[in-house]
Write a protein that binds this ligand. Structure first.
Ligand SMILES: C=C(O[C@H]1C=CC=C(C(=O)O)[C@@H]1O)C(=O)O
Ligand SMILES: [Mg+2]
Length: 472
């Protein structure tokens, strides 16, 4: 990677063109500018007119990294699935190695950046429902607004492979127009779409499958299996990603808020669960498994929380996740730090058992290596891992697609963060598929697991403007 400061921009643009000609292939050109504060959702919205279907949004729970991507200059997408983590890493490294990056500082989450996600199961990723997403979908945005620890940065990316000198000037004009538009947006309308139909997909069969899993766990070497179900919603009018994002940001501020558009569809959610963050060599991950409802009063809520902290079934469900993540992290880190006992994580609709994990990565470990080692954790798949994924493939009555899978970003400096895409929905025009699953262990009961999934639908139902009339 060649980096330069602002003064050399035209010279470096010229150099990028020369290099592209010599290589006879395109070169990634990326220019980062520190700018005054700009609302990321307004920036995302300003791209709707020209780049609807080619945008993404990301916000972490601490709001340390907020990303709004508009347009795309390159896409890594495939329905082929062998070696997907290594393939993407290789493609990304090749592009970064020859990139021309104009910036003043190395700020994680700025400059060349890849955003996207994977399907849950590479052996089952060619479904109709998810045909816009495939096995994996990542893209490099044309324009990226990054809010990093409260400071705004704008990145303009281009793939240089032509003699067209006007390219950067045009991008400059377009970005000025996008910013001006974003600055004039008022608050997004709080209006709710009207829910016309709600279909719980095979609820009774799902409970039967849960019972099958419980029996298998009691009689075979399977320890845990996460089983998911789907609710399909139909609204009066087309669902707008910015309105849903706005509501998620208001209602689920302690979660990872994400949206990935792909053509006419988008995948959106508010996940409380980090898969992995890599900042330099510092790695973190999170074990989140074991759930209980929120109370209506503070007293009731505290009692429920205390009950969860001491409930054997939930502690076992959680411990499987802790052991697996600790073990996976030990394969890529020197020392791994894990507290002895879980704590509570409370979101608007649900509380979970939560154990943070931290470590320092060994040299040569990439963010994609981390994702490969960790996905799927027993909070999404089960234990043993391969057996669980196989049983999910055989038993479940839905296509998980990107649900329960890694979604996030990787920058050109080796940093990145991925969340696990739960509490999520695939939106297609005026329809949406919501997904929710739960960890089945020996002492599970189908009816209480069913109720747990009903609670897990609530964050997306509420953000979409629907009302839950399932058992809860
Ligand atoms: C699979 C989901 O949740 C997981 C994360 C936290 C708690 C879970 C549980 O208690 O079952 C699940 O393992 C989901 O929300 O769809
Ligand atoms: Mg559970």
């Amino acid at each position: 990677m060649i980096t330069a400061n602002k003064l050399n921009i035209m010279e470096n643009f010229h150099n990028a063109r020369v290099a592209a000609k010599e290589k006879n292939s395109s070169v990634l050109f990326s220019e980062v500018t520190k700018i005054g504060m700009l609302d990321p959702l307004s920036f995302y919205q300003s791209g709707k007119e020209n780049y609807n279907g080619d945008r993404f949004f990301w916000q972490d729970p601490k709001k340390a990294t907020i990303l709004a991507g508009v347009g795309k200059i390159d896409v890594f997408q495939s329905s082929l699935n062998q070696n997907r983590y290594k393939e993407i890493e290789k493609q990304w490294e090749n592009l970064i190695e020859h990139a021309f990056v104009i910036k003043d500082q190395d700020i994680p989450g700025t400059g060349p950046l890849l955003f996207g996600g994977f399907s849950f199961d590479s052996a089952k990723s060619n479904s109709m429902l998810w045909d816009q997403f495939g096995d994996h979908l990542f893209y490099i945005p044309k324009y990226l607004l990054s809010i990093i620890n409260g400071q705004a940065y704008l990145t303009v990316n281009a793939l240089i492979d032509s003699d067209d000198l006007s390219m950067l000037t045009e991008a400059g004009k377009e970005i000025d127009a996008l910013i001006a538009k974003a600055q004039h947006f008022k608050n997004l309308p709080a209006d709710q779409n009207v829910l016309m139909e709600q279909l719980e997909v095979f609820p009774e069969q799902w409970k039967e499958i849960v019972q099958t899993a419980i029996n298998e766990i009691r009689t075979t070497d399977l320890d845990k299996l996460v089983l998911a179900r789907e609710t399909r919603l139909k609204f009066q009018s087309a669902i707008s990603s910015e309105i849903v994002l706005n509501r998620l940001m208001l209602e689920q501020p302690a979660s990872f808020i994400f949206c990935l558009e792909s053509g006419s569809d988008f995948f959106i959610g508010a996940s409380p669960e980090q898969l992995v963050q890599k900042n330099g060599t510092s790695l973190s991950s999170a074990c989140l498994a074991g759930s209980i409802a929120r109370g209506k009063t503070t007293e009731e809520d505290n009692v429920l929380g205390e009950t969860l902290l001491h409930d054997q079934k939930n502690l076992i469900e959680h411990q499987y996740v802790v052991s697996m993540i600790k073990h996976a992290m030990e394969t890529i880190c020197g020392i791994v730090m894990v507290p002895d006992a879980p704590q509570l994580m409370k979101t608007r609709h649900i509380q979970h058992l939560y154990t943070p994990v931290a470590g320092e990565s060994r040299s040569g470990v990439s963010i994609f290596d981390c994702v490969e080692k960790l996905h799927p954790t027993p909070a999404m798949g089960g234990l043993p891992k391969e057996k669980a994924v196989e049983r999910i493939r055989e038993l479940e009555l839905l296509e998980r697609g990107f649900y329960a899978s890694p979604i996030g970003w990787a920058d050109g400096q080796g940093n990145g963060e991925f969340a696990v895409a739960i509490r999520s929905a695939l939106v297609q025009g005026n329809e949406a598929s919501l997904f929710a699953g739960c960890g089945i262990v020996e002492d599970s009961e189908p009816q209480s697991e069913y109720i747990e999934t009903a609670i897990k639908f609530k964050p997306m139902l509420s953000a979409l403007g629907g009302n839950l009339h399932a058992t809860s």
